[in-house]
Every structure is written in C-alpha cells, then in structure tokens.
Ligand binder design. Structure first.
Ligand code: ADP
Ligand code: MG
Length: 385
C-alpha cells in the first residue's frame, strides 16, 4: 500500500465511530521545468509514494471537528463560521479553503463533520504536503456528500483554495500532479491551458531527495523579483510571455540588441526546451539521456537564473559525479530547499550517505534524505461503512 496507512482505527480512537469515507492524495516532486509556470511554459512533475489521508464522517449538528496526526489538539468550528484559523490550528485552513471554494465549482460543501488527517509526507520539504491535504480533503468532502467533480475542476478548486483562502500564490504544479499523477508516469503540464497529460517513466527510475532545510531569508522578494524580470524581458521582446519565443530566436535577438534580464529569459526559454527534450527522452525509455537535462537545468539555475545556493550546488556537484545517478537538480522554486537526484535501482542508502555526510561536514547540518518512487494520484480509498 502506498502512503500513510488507512486511518480508520485512528479515526475511531479520535471520534468513537467509523469514518464514512477515506481519501488519499500524494505529494509530488518537480522533475524539470523551473520557473516555467508563470512564463506560460511546461513543467514535468511526479506524484510520489508518500501521501496525506483524510478520513471523514458527516455530523448533523453543524459542528466541524478536525484532528491531525501532527497535533493532539482538536480544532472545533461551526459550519456557519467564516474566515481563517490562526495559531496552532491553522493547518485546517487548507481544508477550510477547499470548503470555501466548493460553491464556485458548482458543488455543495458539507455542513458538520469529523475530520482526521494522517500522513507520511514530510511537511515543508518541498514535496507539497499542502496540495496533498487539499486534494485529500476535497475528495473526502465530495465522497461523503455523494458528489463528484471532473479532475480538472478538482485541481482548479484546490489551487484556488491555496491561492485565495490560504493566501499562497502557488502555480498549478502541486495540485495537478497530486490530482493527475499515475504510478510509473510523470505529469506534463502545459501551464497556459492549463492542459494535463502523463508521460511514461521508464522502469528503474528512483528519486532521492536531499532536503537542506535552508531557506533564503528574502525568498518571497526574490521570487517576486524573478517574476518581474521575466515579464519585463517578455515585454522588451514583444511577446506576451517568454514561452512565446524559442531558444534560437532569443539568441538571435540577444545578438542583435541588448535584452533586459537576458540571462533570466535565457534560463526560462531554454528550460522549456529542456522539458520538451526530457519528454522525448522519457518516451524513448532513455533515463541516461534524461538525467543530464536535469543537471543542465540546475546549472542554468546556478549561472543564469540566480536561484541556486552554495548548499544546493554542493549536493548537485557531489551527486552528479556518483555512479547510478542519472542527474540532479534543485527541485522547487530554489533559493534553498531540496535537491532531487534521478537514479537507477543500484543507488542505495549507503551511497546517499556519502553526499549527506560530506554536506554535514561542510555546512554543519544534516540534510534529510528520502527515497521515493512514483505512485497513483489522489483517490477515494474506501468507504468503510
Ligand atoms: P509543503 O507544501 O512544501 O509541504 P507548505 O508550507 O506549503 O509546505 O504546507 C505545509 C502545511 O500543510 C503545514 O504547515 C500544515 O499546515 C499542512 N499540513 C500538511 N500535512 C499535514 C498533516 N499531516 N497534518 C496537519 N497539517 C498538515
Ligand atoms: Mg505547499
């Protein structure tokens, strides 16, 4: 079984009865496609074998009782309450955001319920536990009320919940990969539609995550700066978004006259081409050709886009020189966070210890190491009535 174990027993311990529905939604890795989303480009992500599970049973008294395996406190609200929760119970805002968006997508939010979240997905490790919480909550709310939504709508609803209610301006990647993921596949997102499809992942592909727990103190401002630089470059190039220009045309334009933020533009435009190349290599079953594209993505982050850090570079340098490693790159927005290595099955925990130990020696703190495989996207696991 993938993901956290079915929480029916824990639900009974917490609420003294059986859940009516259990839903599971996985976290994700950003495989390749760095800062391409808001530039109208493409991105590849993988749904992973770590998930959030939500077990739920309706109540008739309008009370909403929330419980998570990460806290021993119940959060109790009335269905009529509005607004966000602050303090220790603020984790329920992801589920409240989903409830808040249901009407906009033509479905009815349940009134009262008992809600339990359990998870084997690390929080804040760049694996998108927040989107997993939203997708699992959304499916549980729909399942308990006998409703359903097309996947595109569920994904859009959960993204809206995070953007509008929680207030995090994330792109579509997190929710789409959790929603459309498939074991032994990656999810390809054309961010402009958005349009979603899956690409087979050749057998023997393994993911290793090295989470540095570092975060640039100015990360929000740096993210906003990159966004602005990309938009300014697109405007100067006379295109709506950088996805509208190819690498050869950009090179020609840069040779003819100076382009503002030319290095940022080059990173984005070439990254979109690398996503295309990765899709072709994956479709050909060629992990050995895919890996160097990941490492090239990282080098471009490092030298052109300025969203890497010495910690991330250290791990990529160490990993990309190791046997069984096809490629390695920062995963997520950068400015700290985690490095992902794509490896064959021969890479193991003892080998992962080599870069992790060297990192600890140099930077004085251990990265968390996680070994991941792909898994199916969000689903209703059972209705254990
Ligand atoms: P990421 O999505 O990268 O893991 P975020 O900061 O976007 O990091 O989301 C993490 C938040 O999601 C947590 O702070 C918490 O509020 C919520 N969350 C995720 N998993 C759980 C869980 N099992 N129980 C309670 N809250 C959770
Ligand atoms: Mg998140």
């Amino acid at each position: 079984m993938t993901g956290a174990r079915a929480p029916a027993g824990e639900f009974r311990d917490a609420f003294g009865r059986a859940p009516e529905v259990v839903a599971r939604a996985p976290g994700r890795v950003e495989f390749i496609g760095n800062h391409t989303d808001y530039n109208g480009g493409t991105v590849l992500g993988g749904s992973i074998d770590r998930s959030v599970r939500v077990a739920l049973a309706l109540r008739t008294d309008g009370l909403r009782r929330f419980r998570s395996d990460r806290s021993d406190q119940f959060v109790e609200l009335r269905a009529a309450d509005g607004g966000k929760v602050s303090g220790g119970g603020s984790w329920v805002n992801y589920a409240l955001g989903v409830l808040d968006s249901m009407r906009d997508f033509g479905v009815r939010a349940p009134g009262g319920f008992d809600f339990l979240a359990t998870s084997d997905l690390p929080i804040g490790a760049g694996l998108s536990s927040s989107a997993a919480m939203e997708l699992a909550s959304g499916l549980a709310f729909l399942g308990a009320t006998g409703q359903s939504l097309p996947r595109e709508s569920l994904v859009g609803l959960c993204k809206q919940a995070e953007n509008r209610f929680v207030g995090v301006p994330c792109g579509i990647l997190d929710q789409a990969v959790s929603g459309f993921g498939r074991k032994d596949h990656l999810v390809l997102i054309d961010c402009r539609g958005p349009r979603f499809s899956t690409v087979p992942l050749p057998p023997g592909a393994h993911f290793w995550i090295f989470n540095t727990h570092t975060k640039h103190e100015l990360v929000d401002g740096l993210y906003a700066a990159r966004h602005r630089e990309c938009m300014e470059a697109a405007r100067a190039l006379g295109v709506g978004l950088l996805a509208d220009i190819g690498p050869a045309e950009l090179a020609r334009r840069m040779a003819a006259s100076p382009v503002p933020h030319a290095e940022r533009a080059r990173h984005v435009v070439e990254e979109i081409a690398r996503v295309d190349a990765a899709v072709a290599a994956l479709k050909a079953g060629d992990l050995a050709a895919t890996g160097p594209l990941l490492t090239a993505s990282h080098r471009s982050s490092q030298s052109l886009f300025g969203n890497s850090t010495p910690e991330l570079d250290f791990l990529v340098d160490a990993l990309s020189a190791m046997p069984h490693v096809f490629g390695a790159r920062l995963t997520g927005g950068g400015f700290g966070g985690a490095v992902m290595a794509l490896t064959g099955p021969g890479f193991d925990a003892a080998m992962a210890e080599i870069p992790a130990g060297a990192f600890e020696k140099k930077f004085g703190a251990r990265p968390d190491v996680l070994h991941l495989l792909t898994a199916d996207g969000a689903e209703i696991v059972n209705r254990p009535m």
